[in-house]
Design a protein around this ligand. Structure first.
Ligand code: NOJ
Length: 502
């Protein structure tokens, strides 16, 4: 580990109290998450149409590390009762999963409803209800119907109407069975990775342009779905609705360097604030630093208009406050090491608009190149959310660890334990209002462009076997003990043999 990284680790560790909290507060809830395209399979049967991931993986199979795709995935479309059995074994309070838009509405619009798709989710919801597992349903977890992508997807303002119509259909059809809705999963990944880059489908690579068009329409679509639920459905269905925002948290490489501290704040505003600021602050709209940086860069590029359009007063008001909770997905922390343009960044781009160089040189590596283990960064992110957004009620809607699929997954257990411990610290020492935790993920599944080469599950899935057998890893036992006792498991068998005390 570099000296800079050691310095940062010491600095961030020193912010954490040494009290040893193990017990979760009354009412704290535990769940696990999955997403439709990552587990369901059945990509072209029972009336489902093609989505952007089907399209990408079929037309450019080399874009997935191990050449796999979501055609069958974990076969949850046929094996959802096995999913429910595993959830029951884990003892979770809730299951976060997503609806496949292309399975419900094959054209993407409400002119065609697919009865078999509709029935599939009713069956799953009924099976969950039997086991007293509450559904948390994500409306959009990255699998846009390809027919809507052909119109430009989220770069096209028509998506505001199409998303509202889709949400309307879901609230009407399922709202009696679902009390917790998530509109969008990780808008940053949707807009930056998929429109501004080639990391996710549809891989448009419209850097510095498509990403900002996407955020504008996505935030409006989110707000419209929220208002629709709030005004039309909430009075009879009595549920809640939120958005899940992902954070790679940025720490200054040297916490005593005020320029780096300021730059890390800029990076966090560009990453988390891009979607959180319009919804969770009093003033609304995009973060000021984002508006300024993009406007300045756009001018120097000779453009007549900033690449990031600002919301007018109507939309600022319409978007503000449209989430009952702050949903946070968190995996890792990166360091900000200096000002300047990242040598790998394209121009124009979101990266160049930040104007900071970053590094991953902190924490232990995982199976994913973007991801190292820094639980202290998680605690700092949560404290920052408290102070930046007026102490909102928070659900951790994803947190998890990648390896290559071992059954004795001690490193995953340690990751969960350290991150859960960070949550207990910020609840008890800082008054951060974290109300629930969602582990990613129930079982190894199609990890997007990494295919099945990076595995995050409590259950191992053998994808070479048509029966897709699932085998519990040691971490499944750990989580089961956690949900049963509502406290961090102390059992020595969850530690690596070399680290056990007896
Ligand atoms: C966040 C995404 O929501 C999920 O789909 C993905 O598998 C995990 N991160 C791990 O990369």
């Amino acid at each position: 580990m570099s000296t800079v990284a050691i310095f940062v680790l010491l600095a961030v560790t020193s912010c954490v109290s040494h009290a040893h909290y193990t017990k979760f507060p009354e009412g704290f809830i535990f769940g696990v998450a999955t997403a439709a395209h990552q587990i369901e399979g059945a990509w072209n049967v029972s009336g489902k149409s093609e989505n952007v991931w089907d399209h990408l993986t079929h037309t450019k199979p080399w874009m997935v590390a191990d050449g796999t795709n979501g055609d069958i995935a974990c076969d949850s479309y046929n094996r959802y009762m096995e999913d429910v059995e595993e959830l029951t074994n884990l003892g979770v309070d809730f299951y976060r999963f997503s609806f496949s838009w292309a399975r419900l509405l094959p054209t993407g619009r409400i002119d065609q409803i697919n009865p078999e798709g509709v029935q599939y989710y009713h069956n799953l919801l009924d099976a969950l209800a039997e086991k007293n597992i509450e559904p948390f349903v994500t409306l959009f977890h990255w699998d846009l119907p390809q027919s809507l992508q052909d119109l430009g997807g989220f770069a096209n303002p028509i998506m505001v109407d199409y998303f509202r119509d889709y949400a309307d259909f879901c609230f009407r059809e399922y709202g009696d069975k679902i009390k917790s809705w998530i509109t969008f999963n990780e808008p940053y990944e949707i807009c930056e990775d998929a429109y501004g880059d080639i990391k996710k489908a549809p891989a448009l690579n419209s850097h510095g342009v498509g990403n900002y068009l996407c955020s504008h329409n996505l935030l409006k679509a989110h707000a419209e779905a929220y208002h629709l639920y709030n005004e039309t459905y909430r009075p009879k269905q009595n549920g809640r609705i939120m958005i899940s925002i992902n954070s790679i948290w940025y720490e200054p490489a040297d916490p005593n360097d005020s320029e780096l501290v300021a730059l890390a704040e800029v990076a966090n505003q560009f990453k988390f604030g891009w979607f959180a600021h319009p919804i969770f602050t009093e003033e609304g709209g995009y973060p000021a630093v984002m508006v300024e940086n993009v406007a300045q860069n756009s001018r120097s590029e000779g453009l007549t208009k900033p690449r990031l359009e600002q919301f007018d007063d109507y939309w600022i008001e319409r978007i503000k406050g449209t989430s009952d909770f702050l949903g946070i997905n968190h995996y890792t922390t990166h360091l900000v090491t200096g000002p300047g343009l990242d040598p790998n960044a394209k121009s124009p781009s979101w990266w160049n608009d930040i104007g900071a160089i970053t590094s991953l040189e902190v924490g232990e590596p995982t199976a994913s190149t973007w991801f190292r283990v820094v639980p202290t960064g998680f605690a700092n992110l949560l404290r920052w959310c408290k102070s930046s957004y007026n102490n909102p009620p928070i659900y951790i809607t994803e947190n998890g660890y990648s390896d290559r699929g071992t059954l004795e997954d001690y490193d995953r257990i340690k990751y969960f334990n350290d991150h859960l411990s960070a949550i207990l610290h910020v609840i008890n020492d800082d008054g951060v209002r974290v109300l629930g935790y969602t582990a990613w993920t129930l079982m190894d599944n199609f990890e997007w462009r990494a295919g099945f080469s990076e595995r995050f599950g409590f259950y191992h899935v053998d994808i070479t076997d048509p029966a897709r057998p699932r085998t519990a890893k040691l971490s499944a036992d750990y989580y089961k003990q956690l949900t049963a006792n509502r406290e961090l498991p102390q059992d020595e068998r969850f530690k690596k043999p070399s680290e056990r005390r007896y």
